[in-house]
Write a protein that binds this ligand. Structure first.
Ligand SMILES: Cc1cc2nc3c(=O)[nH]c(=O)nc-3n(C[C@H](O)[C@H](O)[C@H](O)COP(=O)(O)OP(=O)(O)OC[C@H]3O[C@@H](n4cnc5c(N)ncnc54)[C@H](O)[C@@H]3O)c2cc1C
Ligand code: SF4
Length: 331
């Protein structure tokens, strides 16, 4: 195990300044991803700053207009069990409940969840093979290696990894905002802009800079949110990451979809919002399975599967259809 020093933070401004100045320092919250990455020697910070003592960052607040604000230090299990989150945003509560295990959810924070790194086996491999995300410039072993769990959208020759967070898929569908405090003060990042595509710099998962601390996530009210559902397809029924997943939400008028939100997980380096499908779904009846299928298919014409994951193209569309139907059943 890589040796490190750990100290507690109790002042957000000082924590941000320390992180901005020291490239060998990492924030630690629940530690459920970071410590694993250190054991795998994928990241080797010299100093950990324990942010669990920072004030006012673990609250879950129902906002007056119908949204919720979730502190970055709120635990996954607390958010999943929160009455207002469950009532207002079932898709968020379900994405959390389908994640990891009960013990991990008790420990893991919301901020840490959206920061978690890919489960690509080459990235996590302590033998330190070819991986541009782990060691930039070394190549991508998955591109022509075993890539069953990898991306079908948005990948580059430099990296074909997927984002593993279930919650992130639900938050992308809900157009959540990431509230970040940094050197220049506080800013809001639309969730769909928070994670990056790999391009030529796959070592960067998201748009945060050094000194950026996630303080909260805000999920705004929407007409579709209450009729929402998260569907996760995985190799075993629990304690497993998604092969593909779908976060769906719908509103209807006169029995036809008036608006839909649909985001896919397990298919790209970031949660993948399928906007062409959302447009095509407008006006389709929830009983018209062929109509729903063909609207969803419009977002999959540009899928680029790899050698071992062509099955995801069909599987993801089926997951999207089932998630939409289940969401619609909640109207
Ligand atoms: C066996 C196993 C199975 C799992 N299965 C799933 C699953 O099915 N679905 C799923 O979604 N997840 C799964 N996970 C991942 C788990 O959800 C994450 O490990 C967890 O959410 C990370 O939260 P944490 O608080 O422990 O983060 P930490 O490990 O403490 O931190 C993770 C990263 O986030 C950074 N960070 C933490 N908080 C902040 C902040 N406020 N601002 C800026 N940076 C911050 C840290 O510096 C670090 O880089 C699994 C994990 C394990 C170990
Ligand atoms: S897919 Fe990305 S994370 Fe996996 S080996 Fe290639 S560069 Fe590394």
């Amino acid at each position: 195990m890589h040796p490190f020093a750990i100290s507690p933070a109790n002042d957000a401004a000082k924590a941000i300044a320390a992180h901005a100045l020291d490239p060998e320092l990492a924030f630690i919250a629940g530690g459920t991803d970071l410590i694993g990455l250190m054991k795998d020697r994928a990241v080797l910070p010299e100093r950990l700053l324990d942010i669990n003592g920072l004030p006012n960052m673990a609250r879950i607040e129902a906002l007056p207009g119908g949204g919720v604000r979730i502190g970055a230090l709120a635990r996954m299990s607390d958010v999943a069990a929160d009455t207002e989150v469950r009532r207002r945003f079932p898709v968020v509560a379900e994405a959390l409940l389908f994640s990891a295990s009960g013990q991990l959810r008790n420990m893991a924070s919301i901020g840490g969840n959206i920061m978690q790194r890919t489960r690509c086996a080459y990235f996590r491999d302590e033998t330190d093979g070819r991986c541009n995300k782990r060691r930039p410039g070394t190549g991508c072993a998955a591109l022509h290696g075993f890539n069953r769990n990898h991306a079908i959208f948005g990948w580059s020759e430099c990296c074909v990894a997927t984002n593993p967070s279930d919650l992130a898929v639900a938050l992308a569908a809900m157009d959540a905002l990431v509230i970040v405090r940094g050197k220049a003060g506080e800013r809001q990042i639309p969730f769909t802009d928070f994670h990056r595509l790999p391009g030529g710099a796959p070592e960067r998962d998201n748009v945060l800079d050094r000194g950026d601390l996630i303080v909260a996530i805000e999920v705004p009210v929407s007409v579709e949110a209450r009729a929402s559902h998260y569907l996760k397809v995985r190799d075993r029924a629990s304690y497993e990451f998604a092969l593909v997943s779908a976060a769906a939400a719908v509103a209807t008028e006169g029995g036809r979809i008036s608006s839909a939100r649909l985001a896919m997980g397990g298919v790209a380096h970031k949660p993948w919002r399928v906007t062409a499908a959302e447009t095509g779904l407008r006006g389709v009846s929830l009983d018209d399975v062929d109509g729903l299928r063909s609207a969803i298919a419009t977002s999959f014409v540009d899928a680029r599967p790899l050698a071992h994951n062509a099955f995801k193209v069909e599987l993801a569309q089926r997951a999207a259809l089932r998630a939409l139907q289940t969401a619609g059943g909640r109207l």
